[in-house]
Design a binder for this molecule. Structure first.
Ligand code: ADP
Length: 490
């Protein structure tokens, strides 16, 4: 009986066995459930609904009804107030949400807490932005007044992954609700707890029924039903390239705009004049944060040959000191999310070939046997075309590649099929500006990497990293459509 199994989860403030549809907590139509695995020890800690087509149909109908009802009639200022209230409640529950995320996906507690705070920030940021996106008046022919209206798409579908469940929910659902869309969210099957908890918080904050609907379930079932649903007017997807391709095809059938945030092979370029003391923690953290299961992980370190050996030695020393253990123990690195994910990463490490493992972190001796632990690996003597330097690994693995001059550094940086994020470490202002332009990437960071997540900063890719921008004010354009009104009055 799912409720009993979930006793320690429901003891908090929500029931993980229910879908949230039209403001009601309902069992999945199929009556089927999926196990929640704790990646830190491999135990089953509860169940989530195995939602399917019938639940998605009900959620889309509820979203349509919300647009015609209280939610659709709300002023932008009132939408902003609700989002801000959600943000406050998320902050109050940040510790509880972090604990849930740690249990559910193996994320070390401090990193999970940072995600909960980022979720609150998205609600605050978008809550404050709800009444600030304005149209234009356009000078036109004599006798006309022309202006533009920013309007919601309607029902938005959100498919999110398991690596940053709270942050990706926040940026995608937050921007969609701000613009007055009604959202249907299908969280990843490995990571539904905080999405369901978020729906409960949104309900408590007074979000009108149907504005947000959450249907947990499998990608090929609930996910496919959502992306191919004719009642969906916009799809936002973050995940792998192959699933992004499936989703773009599904969207093509209904001619629906999509935002795709896919993988990356993001480089950091380190020049001889870089401040290495400042750079080092960024260089390593960007590879091992969330066990490397990060779209914007920096998995390639490109370094000027004159400082290659020094940098490699200093990075290797940091790797040697990295600890890996259960999420609750809050080590530098937690387990990978699943046995399958660990197998994939180990498979990549089987391709080291002529390259060399320069250093590895250490898994706690008493880490539970059933956990999906993998010691982070720093790889040297890698050529730019090596499989480990080209493919997204999605694990705690970084490669170090030397370059001789700026042109070669840019060519290597741009030499993958991805283009999500890049970092440039140099004291030379001219080089900073030249490289920021020359690197093909959705974001470029100069003498930092990631800017602590920056909810204000537009984010998205080029090439196989996807298209469309989430985060910041820019996302609000993607989650709305523009109407031009031309009035002739003589
Ligand atoms: P990963 O490989 O990292 O698990 P995926 O791209 O497979 O990432 O999954 C990201 C999200 O896409 C998850 O919510 C998953 O359920 C969903 N998904 C997977 N397959 C499909 C599909 N065929 N249609 C719609 N959504 C899907």
């Amino acid at each position: 009986m799912p409720e009993a199994m979930n006793a320690h989860l429901t003891a908090s403030f929500f029931d993980s066995t229910k879908c949230f549809i039209g403001g009601r907590w309902v069992a999945p139509a199929s009556g089927d459930y999926l196990d929640i695995e704790n990646p830190s020890d491999g135990t089953v800690i509860g169940k989530i609904p195995r939602g399917g087509k019938a639940d998605i149909d009900a959620a889309v109908a509820a979203a349509e009804a919300a647009l015609k009802g209280e939610w659709g009639k709300m002023t932008a200022a009132d939408r902003g107030r609700v989002l801000s209230r959600i943000g406050r409640l998320v902050l109050e529950r940040a510790d509880e949400l972090a604990r849930l995320e740690a249990l559910d996906v193996g994320k070390p507690l401090k990193q999970a807490k940072a995600d909960a705070i980022a979720l609150a920030r998205y609600m605050e940021f978008y809550g404050g932005a709800a009444d600030k996106l304005m149209g234009q008046t356009i000078p036109f022919l004599d006798g006309y007044t022309v202006y533009t209206l920013r309007e919601p798409h309607g029902v938005t579908g959100h498919i999110i992954p398991w690596n940053y469940p709270m942050q990706i929910l926040g940026r995608s659902v937050g921007a969609a609700l701000t613009m007055g869309n009604a959202a249907v969210l299908k969280p990843a099957e490995e990571a539904c707890l905080t999405a369901i908890a978020f729906a409960r918080i949104a309900e408590e904050a007074g979000l009108p029924a149907g504005a947000l609907n959450v249907v947990p379930g499998l990608g090929e079932e609930a996910g496919a039903a959502l992306t191919s649903h004719p009642g969906i007017h916009h799809i936002s997807f973050t995940g792998s390239v192959p699933v992004g391709q499936i989703i773009q095809r599904a969207a093509a059938q209904n001619i629906v705009p999509v935002t795709l945030e896919l993988g990356g092979k993001s480089p950091q370029l380190v020049f001889a004049d870089a401040d290495l003391d400042r750079a080092l923690p960024f260089l390593v953290n960007a590879g091992i944060q969330n066990a490397g299961q990060t779209c914007s992980a920096s998995s390639r370190i490109l370094v000027h040959r004159s400082i290659h050996d020094e940098l490699l030695g200093r990075m290797a020393a940091r790797y040697g000191a990295l600890t890996v253990g259960p999420a609750i123990a809050d080590r530098d690195v937690g387990p990978l999310v699943s046995a399958r994910q660990r197998e994939i990463v180990e498979g990549f490490l089987g391709h080291v070939g002529t390259a060399e493992i320069a250093a590895r972190g250490k898994v706690d001796a008493d880490a539970p046997d059933g956990g999906h632990y993998l010691a982070p690996a720093l790889i040297a003597k890698v050529t730019a075309d090596h499989k480990l330097a080209q493919d997204e690994i999605f694990g705690p693995v970084q490669v170090v590649i030397p370059f001789d001059d700026d042109a070669e550094a840019v060519a290597i940086a741009n030499g993958t099929e991805f283009g999500l994020v890049a970092g440039v470490w140099t004291a030379d202002g001219g080089r900073q500006m030249r490289l920021a332009k020359a690197i093909r990437s959705g974001q470029v960071f100069i003498n930092n990497y990631g800017a602590a997540g920056g909810v204000e900063l537009p984010f998205g890719g080029t090439g196989k990293s996807g298209f469309g921008r989430e985060k910041g004010m820019e996302a609000l354009y993607g989650f709305s459509t523009l109407k031009t009104v031309a009035a002739w009055h003589g």
